[in-house]
Structure formats: structure tokens, C-alpha cells
Design a protein. Structure first.
Lengths: 287, 297
């Protein structure tokens, strides 16, 4: 209400003209909010209350044990730990592989440098279905499976995007840094790790956020390479929980699992939305 | 200079190996495999027998594949028209000078950030639920009968609606950044000349956003051809004709699903190649049809 008065004093006419816009956007967001709110309420409710439409009454109190059940009995703890492992390891691994290449490609033209650049851009848009089948047979042939396999795949999957993204930023750096470092007797490799990479820290942070989100939410490869078992990450794990719902009928537990899977990236987004949105529209993609 | 050569080689080698191992070799092998008779993915290459275009004929005569292509076309055409229009509407609204723009923008983009599996579960288990779902509650509130959102053919449109809802935010962001790149004096001049808001949109905004619209069509095409997760979440156990898409068909054919008698990796590879050709074709066609408006302003 306070907002409205404030608005009226500034420019009532303008706000009125914008009213249809407010209604459309407001309805859209209200819809989202209702869904999230209800799911959260249901995660603290019982299957019985959910089916009788009494989710918001909490007649038997808040059932926080749904979360404990999901975490332990439904194996969400395992899925969660796996996803965390995949996301963090691949974020670090992809930087170690892609950052040096991005640096070198931005600094020197050498035989094959153009091919590598074009290769990276094309690789970014190769659909997963074109690579998944040979990767599967390679993995079987080499006897790699489980967590190690997924970590390796996720690292390699993110290399093209990361290299291209960082390349743009390295090209903006002055060569003066390297010259100064060389005068001080710093080796080129050391110059890269100690001076050049920290200089593009904001870009590294942005690309790492995107890599983290993308690995956390990855589904297709996870489904193919860990159909069941210890290495399952959250996405595939949640699918398994939903599928087993027809036997367990623990709807409260399922919605708790949904919230657990949903929360990490949601919280990350609440804190980093400005940076993420700037990253989507700025760097990686150009109109 | 010699020192630099060693540095370059060491720095670039892991990326080159990644490209070769993760992209070049698999793509080449997938393309080759589509011309051979290969039953199991793990079959060694010396057991492959040359099959010509037979794999392509096999999938083109398969009724599941045909259904999946029709579904994909519907998602691309109907879903694309709705998504890109809605995104444009949202982008225009958010750049029209309304308050809380940053919050609105972030909230609409949010579904792109959170786990799509969680999102799809929310839609399937709550919004579309027959007994306690949001939509049926709303129908009953206005005195209408409940509807089977997840039944028969309705399932496809329910799935598409949920997918569109999650996609709008991304294209909206692209359009917003495009609109914000258009200098405001163009609009001021148009207003002075007596052009209305609608006229300004069709005569200034749309033409200047050509390049960005082209990009968004390409992205939408890639998203549609690689459509998988939502079908898997809406028909998790058994693949159904109403929701099947080519990648799900590929998944069932290669990795085995219910009703798949014998696996056929060669046919799966052919599906992959067909989809890739479609993506490239759409890219080329949009590039020819929509000339890049590299206008200086």
C-alpha cells in the first residue's frame, strides 16, 4: 500500500499506463510463487493432508521428519553428495584445462591456433546425442565407470564454453603485464598462474557459476552413465524417487526431496542473480 | 621464442586432447555408425557390417520415430511461437519503465537456474495433479469440472505448457538486452513524429532486433531437437506416443526401453545425424531469411 501512495505522488498517469504490464508480469510471478509456496507446504505435510486438500492447515503440525526421511531413507544424501562432488571437481578441473589454453590462444597465433578456436566454437554447439554413444562404448572398453567417469565427462563437457568465455577476457589484458613480469625474471608459466589468471578473476567467477549450475542440473549423461547405484546425482535421483512413489506413497517425502534438490541452485541464484543475468546477456552469447 | 613454443604446447595440449576425445572422435564415430549395422553400442568395430542408408530407412519407416518427429515439430512450431512471443511481451513490459524491473526479471528467469527435474516434478505432481492440483483447484473455484491434465493427448500440451513456462525467461533476457541496446532518441524522434507505442514496436524495435530474433530461433531449434528431460519426467517409466520425442526414441532404441525388442545402435546414430542436420538446416535457413541487420547506431 505504501508503494502505491508513493507512486501516485510521483507520476500516477505513467504508472496507470503501465498497469497492464504490471498485471501480466505480476500474474506470472504470483503463479510461480503459489507453486513454490504450496510445494514447500506440502513438503511439511502428510500424504493424507495432501490428498484431502488440507496442505495449508497443518492439522498434525509441521512434519520436518519428511526431510529426514528423504535425506536418509530415500538416499537424497547420497545424490546430494554426488552432485556436490561432480560440480566442484568439474569446476576446478575445467579451469585447469581450459584457462591455460584460453590464455595461449589469446596471446599467440601459432600453427593450428585458428583451428582450435573454431573447433571450440563448434564443439560448444555439438548436441550431446552426437557424442554420447561412442563415449559410452569407450567408457566400457576402458573400464571407467561411476563417479570417476562422470567427473571426467563433465570436465570435458564444459571445456569449450569455458575456454571461449575466458579467451575474450584474456584478449583485453595488456601485454605490459607479461613484459614487466619477464623483466623481473618470472617464467611465462608462472606469470600466467600468478598474474594473468587472477587479473580476470571476475570472468573466472562468472564462468564457474555457470559451470556449477550446468553440472548440477545435468541430466542426460547422468541418466545414461548412472542408471542406478552409488554414483547417481540429484536429478536422476529425484526421478527415481518420483518413480518409486507408486510403491511408497510418501508424498510428503517426495516434495521434501524436490525442495532439497531445488534449494541449492535457488539460493545461489538469490545471491548471484545480478551476476548470472549479466553473464547470460553479456559474455558467452552475442546477438 | 623456443621457450614460448614449449609453453604453448603444454598449455594447449589438454584442451586439444579434450576436443579430440570428447568431440571429434565421438562425432566421427557416430556418423560412421549410422551407415553400419550395429546392434550393441559396445560391439567392436570389426563386427560392424556396412548397411548403406538402411538405418535411415529403418527409422523413417518406424511409427514411433514418425510420431516423435511430429511431436518435435509441434513443440518447435507451436511452442516456439508462444515462447518467443511471450518472451518478447515480457521484455517489452520490463523495458517500458516499470518499477521492480530487476526483481521481475530475476523471478521470470529463475526456472532456467533451478534443477529442471525438480521443476518438472512440481508441475507433474502439483500443478497438473488430478486430485489436489493447482489447475483443478482453480477450475473448481470457478465452478467447472476437474480435467485430466495428464491424460491422453492433453498430456502433450500440459508438458509443452510447463516447458514454455520455464523457457520464457531465457529468451526474455536476450530480448531485453537487445531492446536496451536501441538508442532512446529513436523512440523520442518517433514520438515527435506522432507514432504510437504499437507502431514504434513494429517499426523500430522489431526491425532492429532482427539479429537477436535470429539467434533466439536458432537456440529454440537446438533446445527443441535436444528435448528429452521433460518427456522423461512426464512419462518416466514407459515411453508414450503422446510425449515421445526423437531423443527419447534414440534413448530407447540404443539403451533399451520398454517395448524395445532388440537394441539398434546404428539406428540410434542415424537419429542423431538426422537431428544434427535439422539444426544446421534451421540455422542456415534463418540466416538466409533474416538478413543480419548490422546497423550502426
Amino acid at each position: 500500500m505504501k508503494e502505491k501512495k508513493y507512486r501516485a505522488r510521483i507520476n500516477w498517469g505513467k504508472e496507470l499506463r503501465l498497469l497492464p504490464g504490471y498485471i501480466v508480469v505480476g500474474a506470472w510471478i504470483a503463479f510461480t510463487a503459489v507453486i513454490l509456496f504450496w510445494i514447500f507446504a506440502a513438503s511439511l505435510s502428510t500424504s493424507r493432508d495432501i490428498f484431502t486438500g488440507k496442505v495449508l492447515e497443518f492439522s498434525t503440525g509441521f512434519h520436518w521428519e519428511n526431510y529426514a526421511n528423504a535425506w536418509k531413507d530415500q538416499n537424497v544424501s547420497v545424490f546430494f553428495a554426488n552432485s556436490l562432488l561432480y560440480s566442484t571437481v568439474s569446476c576446478a578441473g575445467v579451469l585447469i584445462i581450459a584457462a591455460p589454453a584460453a590464455y595461449v590462444l589469446s596471446r599467440w597465433n601459432f600453427r593450428g591456433s585458428k583451428t582450435i578456436r573454431i573447433g571450440l566454437v563448434i564443439a560448444m554447439s555439438v548436441p550431446t546425442i552426437m557424442i554420447i554413444m561412442p563415449l559410452y562404448s569407450l567408457a566400457v572398453q576402458w573400464g571407467i565407470k561411476g563417479r570417476v567417469l562422470l567427473m571426467a565427462l563433465y570436465i570435458m563437457l564444459r571445456v569449450p564454453y569455458t575456454a571461449i568465455y575466458l579467451l575474450d577476457f584474456f584478449s583485453t589484458l595488456s601485454r605490459g603485464y607479461e613484459e614487466a613480469a619477464a623483466l623481473d625474471g618470472c617464467s611465462p608459466a608462472r606469470t600466467f598462474w600468478v598474474i594473468m589468471l587472477p587479473l580476470i578473476q571476475p570472468a573466472v567467477v562468472t564462468v564457474t557459476i555457470f559451470n556449477f549450475l550446468s553440472v548440477w542440473n545435468e541430466f542426460f549423461m547422468a541418466l545414461i552413465f548412472t542408471p542406478s547405484g552409488d554414483a547417481t546425482p540429484v536429478g536422476v535421483g529425484l526421478l527415481q524417487i518420483v518413480n518409486s512413489m507408486q510403491y511408497s506413497h510418501d508424498y510428503g517425502g517426495m516434495f521434501a526431496a524436490v525442495i532439497i534438490v531445488f534449494l541449492p541452485t535457488f539460493l545461489l541464484y538469490i545471491f548471484l542473480s545480478e551476476k548470472i543475468i549479466a553473464g547470460v546477456t553479456g559474455g558467452g552469447m552475442k546477438g | 621464442m623456443r621457450k614460448n613454443k614449449i609453453l604453448i604446447a603444454c598449455f594447449v595440449a589438454p584442451t586439444v586432447i579434450t576436443l579430440a576425445l570428447m568431440y571429434v572422435y565421438p562425432v566421427v564415430r557416430t556418423v560412421l555408425m549410422s551407415f553400419f549395422r550395429v546392434e550393441s553400442l559396445t560391439a567392436p568395430t570389426d563386427t560392424w557390417s556396412f548397411y548403406g542408408l538402411q538405418n535411415y530407412f529403418t527409422i523413417l519407416h518406424n511409427s514411433s520415430f514418425k510420431t516423435s518427429m511430429v511431436n518435435m515439430l509441434l513443440i518447435w512450431l507451436v511452442g516456439g511461437a508462444i515462447t518467443l512471443t511471450l518472451s518478447m511481451v515480457m521484455a517489452v513490459i520490463l523495458t517500458s519503465g516499470i518499477r521492480f524491473k530487476k526483481f521481475f526479471r530475476a523471478a521470470i528467469y529463475m526456472p532456467n537456474i533451478v534443477s529442471a527435474v525438480a521443476l518438472a516434478t512440481m508441475w507433474r505432481q502439483y500443478v497438473f495433479n488430478y486430485d489436489y492440483g493447482l489447475l483443478n483447484d482453480m477450475l473448481q473455484l470457478i465452478g467447472l469440472d476437474k480435467f485430466q491434465w495428464m491424460g491422453g493427448d492433453a498430456k502433450f500440451w500440459s508438458m509443452l505448457a510447463a516447458f514454455i513456462f520455464g523457457s520464457v525467461g531465457y529468451y526474455m533476457l536476450i530480448y531485453i538486452s537487445g531492446i536496451e541496446g536501441i538508442p532512446t532518441d529513436l523512440y523520442e524522434a518517433a514520438t515527435l513524429d506522432g507514432a504510437g507505442k504499437v507502431g514504434q514496436f513494429f517499426r523500430i524495435t522489431l526491425p532492429l532486433l532482427r539479429g537477436i530474433i535470429k539467434t533466439s530461433i536458432t537456440f529454440w531449434s537446438i533446445n527443441t531437437t535436444t528435448f528429452f528431460l521433460w518427456t522423461k519426467m512426464f512419462s518416466p517409466v514407459n515411453t508414450e506416443g503422446s510425449t515421445i520425442v526423437p531423443v527419447v526414441y534414440l534413448y530407447d532404441t540404443v539403451f533399451g526401453g520398454k517395448g524395445v525388442v532388440h537394441r539398434d545402435a546404428g539406428a540410434g546414430a542415424a537419429v542423431g545425424v538426422v537431428l544434427t542436420i535439422i539444426i544446421v538446416a534451421v540455422y542456415v535457413i534463418t540466416n538466409v531469411l533474416i538478413k543480419d541487420g548490422d546497423l550502426e547506431y
